[in-house]
Ligand binder design. Structure first.
Ligand SMILES: NC(=O)c1ccc[n+]([C@@H]2O[C@H](COP(=O)([O-])OP(=O)(O)OC[C@H]3O[C@@H](n4cnc5c(N)ncnc54)[C@H](OP(=O)(O)O)[C@@H]3O)[C@@H](O)[C@H]2O)c1
Length: 280
């Protein structure tokens, strides 16, 4: 496993398992249990995925030391302090742990005051040790800049949509400059990398390495020093994705993948999301 050191010194496994749409119950449980068996040590979930309880059980049943597993979860909506505390404690209960490694604001609100008041709560969790790292998700550069004006603690991570169709070069350069690690979600474009022009280019690279398209995409992100969390509930794919750690692409191949960028989103645009007061 390779590790990324966050701006507070915490080491984070650079490859993790995504779990969005892994159904609570046997699907999420088996996926996480298998992933831990073959060497994953980083699991990404969220209050909004409604699968934290199965993930917590799989982690417990793995018998792996809690300190050796990196768990990320996310707060669903910004709300008052009482509701945010309740949501955080529910996540801890479901995950059967007394701390998370990384806690993220899932989506920015259109109202910066709301983002800041949520961040104050996150800062208090960090100070109490209940979250070893805190961060944001789906924050555009302007959301980050606004938050940084008043943040006492700099976010350690920004988890955003990032894949060959949306390579996030400007956002990554900005985050590197301000010391916030970029984490990619939707690395396989929810399946889009297996289609059309993406498939053609990625397959040509994959063939040269006797690898798969998914492995090429994950290796591309790892080479860019991005944290990657491909989701799968299929054992063969969970293993295939893990083996990307062994794949090293050439500079030319990385450039070929960079050139696929079309600014294409497969998820909601954070500037046009339904969260918060949105004046028309
Ligand atoms: N912060 C946010 O707002 C946010 C938003 C979205 C996602 N995320 C996080 O990022 C993770 C990854 O993103 P994602 O789940 O949207 O999409 P993704 O990882 O880009 O793609 C997942 C899809 O690809 C398939 N797949 C996985 N490995 C494959 C392989 N080797 N070959 C062929 N198909 C493969 C999966 O199928 P099977 O499962 O059927 O194998 C699933 O349908 C999420 O699970 C979640 O943890 C965060």
């Amino acid at each position: 496993m390779t590790y990324i050191t966050l701006n507070n010194g915490l080491k984070m496994p650079q490859l993790g398992l995504g779990t969005f749409l892994a159904k609570d119950g046997s699907e999420a449980y088996e996926a996480v249990k298998y992933a831990l068996e073959i060497g994953y040590r980083h699991i990404d979930t969220a209050q909004m995925y409604f699968n934290e309880a199965s993930i917590g059980k799989a982690i417990k049943d793995s018998k792996i030391d809690r300190k050796d597993i990196f768990i990320t979860t996310k707060q669903r909506v910004h709300s008052n302090l009482e509701n945010m505390e309740k949501a955080f404690n529910e996540s801890l209960d479901k995950l059967q742990t007394d701390y998370v490694d990384l806690y993220l604001i899932h989506w920015p609100n259109h109202d910066p005051k709301i983002n800041l008041s949520s961040w104050r709560f996150f800062e208090s969790l960090y100070e109490s040790g209940k979250a070893k790292a805190i961060g944001i998700s789906n924050f555009q550069q302007h959301h980050v800049n606004t938050l940084l004006k008043d943040a006492k603690i700099r976010p350690m991570i920004n988890q955003v949509e990032c894949h060959p169709g949306l390579s996030q070069v400007p956002l990554k350069a900005f985050l590197d400059e301000v010391g916030i690690q970029l984490e990619s979600y939707g690395p396989l474009m929810r399946g889009g990398v297996f289609e059309g022009n993406y498939k053609e280019v990625l397959e040509s690279i994959a063939k040269k390495h006797d690898a798969s398209i998914a492995q090429v995409v994950i290796a591309w992100g790892l080479a860019r020093k991005i944290v990657m969390i491909p989701k799968s509930s299929t054992p063969e794919r969970i293993k295939e994705n893990f083996e990307s750690l062994k794949l090293k692409l050439s500079d030319d191949e990385i450039k070929m993948i960079n050139d696929l960028n079309r600014g294409k989103r497969v998820y909601t645009d954070p500037d046009n999301s339904p969260w918060g007061p949105y004046v028309i």
